[in-house]
Each structure stands twice: as C-alpha cells, then as structure tokens.
Write a protein that binds this ligand. Structure first.
Ligand SMILES: [Fe+2]
Length: 359
C-alpha cells in the first residue's frame, strides 16, 4: 500500500463510475461514440471498470488497448503506440482516447489529434480525480488566459526573491488545459487548469531564483529546500548554483545530455501559469510525495509560474531531450507586455479567477 493511502481517506471506489460519467459528460460523449482506452501494466483496474460502467450509462461504446509497457513518470514521450500493427489506425478511428500514462511529446499523439480525436489523460489518484475535477468556470478562465497570453510578445517574470526573467513569444502556439477533452483534436488532463507557451528560440534571458517551498514536480515530487540561482542567456540555462536542490537539478540535466556539447536539456521549455482553484500548493505536505497525488495538483495551483526546461516538440519545436525539469514557483509576478496578470503568486485578472468548490 502506498503511504498516501495510509495518510488520507481514499475516495470510495463505488463513486468512481459516477465520477467518470461526469467527466465523460464534460467531454461531451454522446450515444454511439467510441472511446478507446490506452492503458498499460500499471493502470488501476478500478479506472477501467469505472470507464466501462460510465460509458454504458451514456450509451456509448468502449474498449481497452493495453500496451506492453510501464511508462515511467520521468521518461515522457515513450512511443507506446505505433509499433504494434494496427494500433495507430484504430486510435485514429475512435472519437476519444482515454489514456493512463503521459503521451505528450510522442509523435503518435499529434497524429491522432490531427485526425480530430479527443485525448483525455488520467494519471492522478482517485482522491484527486474527485477533488480537482474542473469546477464551474474553469474552461472560460483558462481560455481567457489563453487569448491574453497569445497576444503577448514580451513577458517578464519577477519576484522579491530576485527572479528577473524575460522572454519573447509568438513563435510557438499557446497551449492550454482545463481538465476535459471536449473539442475535436483536443488533449487534456483530468484535474489540471493551466496555460503555457514555449519562448521564442534564444529569447529567454535573466535569472531565476527558486525559493524554499517552490515545487519540483518533474522529475521529483519535492518541495525545494534551499535557494537555486539559475542564470539564463540565449534561451538556455548557463549555470545552476546553490545547495542540494541546485545539485539535483544540475545532475539531472547533465544526465539528460546525449553528448558532451548537448545544450538541449538546458533550453527553457514550456512557461506559463496555473489556474485551477481546486489544486493546492500544499498537496505534497498533506498527502505525501507519491507522484499520483501531485501530477495535477502541484503544477496547477492558481498563480504559480511554471518554469521548465527540456523538450519542445509538443509546441512544434525540434528538441526531444530527456533532460526535462518542471518547477512550479510561488510568489512570482508575471507581466505580459508590461501588464500584470499575476502579482506575487496571485492571479489579478478577475476573468482568470475561478471560485474554489468545496468538495
Ligand atoms: Fe515539462
């Protein structure tokens, strides 16, 4: 049993079919639709049972395709689909894929999305599926933020701790997730609420000061314990100084290099902010550091600045590196072309603020 199961009451498994039904309704599943599950050897059986039961309730059809893999949390982009004959064709023919590992940065995902298939990812614990499921108004808030971010050309992120990072954008699309895949070709992740884009190549520069209480959500699930000073120039991290947390980051990114001069792990990747009021910054303190309790919660708490390094193929770029770090930061101020949207870690554009639902 996972420590997180011992620490907290788990959602009654009998509630899961109802929860999946609500999710499918958010995804606009209609009678006659076909859902294909892409599961793996690590997928919870009760999720498959719940998805089957919920699909029956809605008069749709569903089947499970289990891939011969246990994709890890840290090796995103594993090509789980496409090598077995017929799998890609099958997935392109359905209305929605329910996937239980991270397909982002894998090329097959783009192919099925281009075919108009919705992709709903589920990688969080039952308690989180319940607590973080998209509240009323989240989609509208995320799409508003999406449009605002899309118009921005120059972004500046500052903090009292000393962060002062600038980048320009427009070269890569803004990407957003509000927790449910309701439009053709849409990818989404149950429990989230965030937007991001990739900085224009070579444009990011400045310094990022990571503080205790910021979160490393990939590859670790860990509150930062001491300051990290990151120098950024020409779109890449030039140095990482500090104590243990700096050492962890430096070693992980160095480990992602494929050759001595490989700079890809040090490239800044998706940059954006969280908007889901259901997500809690203190989720690791409350529920432990199991990745299943942190994937959505820790990256989407409202107003966090999500700093990251590594691959950018999901946005149309060419980097596929394993050196990938995701670091939601608190108490940052984000300015888009001089206009503040986040002030010291709080959303200040009223249209981006969604009331928290007590569950
Ligand atoms: Fe990332």
């Amino acid at each position: 049993m996972m420590p997180s199961d011992i620490r907290t009451r788990s959602t009654n498994p009998a509630l899961l079919p109802g929860l999946f039904r609500k999710q499918f309704e958010l995804c606009r599943i209609k009678p006659g639709d076909t859902i294909a599950i892409v599961s793996d050897l690590g997928t919870r059986t009760e999720y498959i049972e719940a998805a089957f039961a919920a699909t029956d309730m809605l008069g749709a059809d569903i089947y499970e395709m289990r891939v011969n893999a246990i994709p890890g949390w840290t090796n995103v982009g594993t090509p789980t689909i496409g090598q077995c004959k017929g799998t890609l064709e099958a997935l392109k023919a359905c209305d929605m894929i329910l996937i239980f590992h991270v397909p982002l940065f894998a090329s097959w995902l783009r192919e099925v999305m281009n075919a108009g298939v919705r992709v709903q990812m589920i990688i969080d614990a039952p308690d989180d599926l319940y607590a973080l499921q998209a509240p009323k108004g989240l989609k509208e808030a995320v799409m508003h933020a999406h449009r605002v971010y899309e118009q921005a050309r120059q972004v500046r992120v500052t903090s009292k701790a000393g962060t002062d990072l600038s980048y320009s954008c427009g070269e890569y699309p803004v990407m957003s997730q509000y927790g449910f895949a309701d439009e053709p070709g849409r990818f989404d992740h149950w429990g989230v609420g965030l937007i991001h884009t990739f900085p224009n190549e070579g444009s990011a520069s400045g310094r990022v000061i990571v503080q205790p209480g910021d979160v490393v959500i990939l590859p670790y699930c860990r509150y930062v314990q001491d300051h990290i000073e990151i120098e950024v120039r020409d779109g890449h991290i030039q140095s990482i100084e500090g104590g243990l947390d700096a050492a962890l980051m430096r070693e992980w990114l160095a480990d992602g290099k494929t050759h001595e001069d490989d700079k890809d792990p040090y490239a800044l990747s998706h940059l954006g902010w969280g908007l889901n009021p259901q997500c809690r910054w203190d989720s690791i303190a409350l529920y432990g550091d199991g990745p299943e309790r942190s994937r959505a919660a820790s990256r989407c708490f409202p107003g966090n600045f999500l700093f990251s390094t590594g691959p950018n193929t999901q946005g149309g770029g060419k980097r596929t590196t394993r050196g990938h770090y995701d670091l939601p930061m608190r108490e940052c101020t984000i300015e888009l072309d001089g206009k503040r949207v986040v002030e010291e870690g709080r959303l200040i554009d009223p249209k981006m603020i969604v009331p928290r639902e007590v569950r």
